[in-house]
Design a protein around this ligand. Structure first.
Ligand SMILES: Nc1ncnc2c1ncn2[C@@H]1O[C@H](COP(=O)(O)OP(=O)(O)OP(=O)(O)O)[C@@H](O)[C@H]1O
Ligand SMILES: [Mg+2]
Length: 220
């Protein structure tokens, strides 16, 4: 069975105006696949990633992860799902500025109650893989954008989730670090057999992924 199966997904925001962000969206994405979520601004890329990441409840439809419909999970079950099965990467890095690089990387593992030896081994492995070991005592604000995003990738991979969701991960990076960050992200996710979904407009990313899922801008 395909790892991620999305069936008849709708996300409709109710405000002063009703906004249809996703309309009858269907897709299958497997582990080991890297896909780009493309489409114009407002086409629902962030909404889709948020629904798959269990941070946003869709209006209707099913999201099967390894056969389990996450739209039916309780709040407690969703906390476990997000912690164990999802790694998130954002445009603005989302690191904790008051924490050192090492502390940022180990925090998800502390929350997941991993053992001390497990945490140390995993942190060292990630810091080395992402070439950020020399910054362990440094704080995020002293790093370049590309270095911060490499730390964010380490944080996302910390608990070894099956799904990595990246929302415009190169949006705040210059050309050189864009290439470096995307090379590392796509290579690591492939090697580790993750399902990688990247919401992006970046033509460079399009060359590095397996396929593109184009979201139409819905006419309301
Ligand atoms: N919390 C919200 N409340 C109401 N409407 C929302 C909310 N979040 C998003 N929307 C609307 O839903 C639609 C899809 O938004 P979304 O952020 O998913 O698009 P996007 O493809 O990520 O856009 P961008 O490329 O600008 O990031 C837009 O019309 C947006 O205004
Ligand atoms: Mg968005």
């Amino acid at each position: 069975m395909t790892y991620i199966i999305i069936e008849s997904l709708y996300k409709i925001y109710q405000g002063t105006v009703e906004t249809v962000a996703l309309e009858n969206f269907n897709e299958k994405i497997d582990k080991g696949e890297a896909v780009a979520i493309a489409g114009p601004s407002g086409s629902g890329k962030t909404s889709l990633l948020s629904c798959i990441g269990g941070v946003l409840k869709p209006t209707s439809g099913r999201i099967l992860i390894d056969g389990i419909d996450i739209t039916k999970l309780s709040d407690d079950e969703l906390v476990d799902y997000r912690r164990d099965q999802v790694g998130l990467i954002y445009q603005d890095f989302n690191l904790i500025d008051e924490f050192s690089i090492y502390e940022n990387v180990v925090l998800p593992m502390l929350i997941a109650k991993k053992t001390k030896s497990e945490i140390e081994a995993r942190a060292n492995e990630l810091l080395e893989a992402l070439d950020i070991q020399r910054y362990i005592k440094t704080f995020p604000n002293y790093l370049s954008g590309g270095e911060k995003q490499r730390v964010a990738i380490a944080v996302a991979l910390a608990n070894d989730p099956d799904i990595i969701l990246a929302d415009e991960p190169t949006g705040n990076l210059d050309l050189a670090s864009r290439e470096n960050v995307i090379d590392i992200l796509t290579t690591k996710c492939k090697d580790l057999n993750k399902a990688l979904l990247i919401a992006t407009h970046d033509p460079f990313i399009m060359k590095k992924i397996d396929r593109i899922i184009d979201l139409p801008k819905l006419i309301r």
